[in-house]
Design a protein around this ligand. Structure first.
Ligand code: HMG
Ligand code: MG
Length: 298
């Protein structure tokens, strides 16, 4: 049987906006977070504490975190690639941090400027500091099925990185199809590799929709019992170090799928569609959610 309840981690404010070329004012990012929590999202990835030279769009990280009116029951997470990022992040009181590694050496170099082994060495003190402060630690494993530089990635590579992440005390691992090339059986194999080192409650799927496979991959994950997914409202986004990659699967589309399957998410689809339409209006862009487009056209 499929899971009866699914948790969606909204990554639109971070993964969705990090690649945006035009500056997006902190006030719009804060309004987006407010709209998302109003729609029932209970986990929101807000921003990244990364180098502003690498990702200028996230340079307002502290301002955005400070501007959010926190809603009880909502968990706010941020990306922290190193101790410098952690130190800046902890001052803003995140509920959770995300360290981000890769199953591909080439992507690790391009994205965080170090090898996989070096990344684990950098993450270890971050994980230790966060756990000592009572902050939960998630890890993302990028390029878990395919890499823009190396091509197909074998599940063994995911297993290795999941084992290393578990070894340094990471509590949850997100299996990320960064460039959206995955198809259901390959995505299942990557998830199964992560499941050798983390329990089912602590493995999530993070699927970009470049090839239109993300919803199929969500369904394939549900078949394994995976019940946590990163999604992005209106399909916002892309990764600056994965050229041509589109945004994550749209939150609206996943909510519609889950509603159709009778799976509870606690999310109000109409309010969610309004949140996505509002940020797309700010950006002057068409809505990337098929469900939002269909329902807004009625
Ligand atoms: P580096 O250049 O190797 O770092 O970058 P460094 O330690 O040598 O420091 C160089 C400079 O950066 C110094 O400044 C540091 O202070 C500064 P300078 O002295 O030259 O003025 N610096 C920082 N500034 C602010 N915050 C920090 C920080 N660290 C160093 N935390 C680094 C290494 C990791 C920092 C860099 O490569 C970086 O910022 N990369 C960002 C990558 C990124 O954000 N990618 C997108 C997010 S990941 C993603 O989207 C994938 C995901 O969605 C899953 C998926 O889909 O696959 C999660
Ligand atoms: Mg991503």
């Amino acid at each position: 049987p499929l899971p009866s309840r699914v948790t969606l981690v909204e990554v639109g404010p971070r993964d969705g906006l990090q690649n945006e070329k035009q500056p997006v004012a902190a006030a719009h990012k804060i309004a987006l977070v407010h709209a998302l929590q109003g729609a029932g999202l209970r986990e929101i990835e807000v921003t990244s504490f990364v180098s502003p030279k690498w990702v200028p769009q996230m340079a307002d990280n502290a301002e955005v975190m400070a501007g959010i009116t926190r809603q009880p029951g909502v968990r706010y997470s941020v990306l922290t690639p190193n101790l410098k990022g952690w130190e800046a992040a902890v001052a803003t009181r995140p509920d959770e941090i995300v360290v981000f590694g890769a199953a591909s050496e080439a992507f690790s170099q391009r994205n965080i400027n170090c090898s996989i082994a070096e990344s684990i060495e950098r993450f270890a003190p971050v994980v230790q500091a966060a756990r000592a402060a009572g902050v939960k630690v998630r890890a993302a494993i990028s390029c878990a099925v395919g890499c823009p530089y190396e091509g197909d990635i074998a599940p063994e590579r995911v297993e290795l990185v999941a084992r290393l992440m578990s070894g340094i005390g990471v509590q949850h691992v997100g299996v990320a199809d960064t460039i959206g090339v995955g198809t259901p059986r390959r995505v299942q194999a990557a998830l199964e590799a992560a499941l050798r080192h983390f329990p089912i409650d602590e493995v999530s799927g993070h699927f970009h929709d470049t090839y239109g496979m993300a919803l199929a991959n969500v369904y394939a994950s549900l078949e394994l019992g995976i019940h946590t997914f990163d999604t992005s409202v209106s399909g916002l986004g892309g990764c600056p170090y994965a050229k041509g990659a589109t945004g994550n699967v749209a939150t609206e589309d996943v909510v519609y799928l889950l509603q159709g399957l009778g799976i509870d998410t606690g999310i109000d689809l109409d309010a969610l569609i309004d949140a996505g339409a509002a940020i797309r209006a700010v950006l002057g862009q068409p809505n990337g959610s098929r469900v939002a487009r269909a329902l807004l056209a009625r």
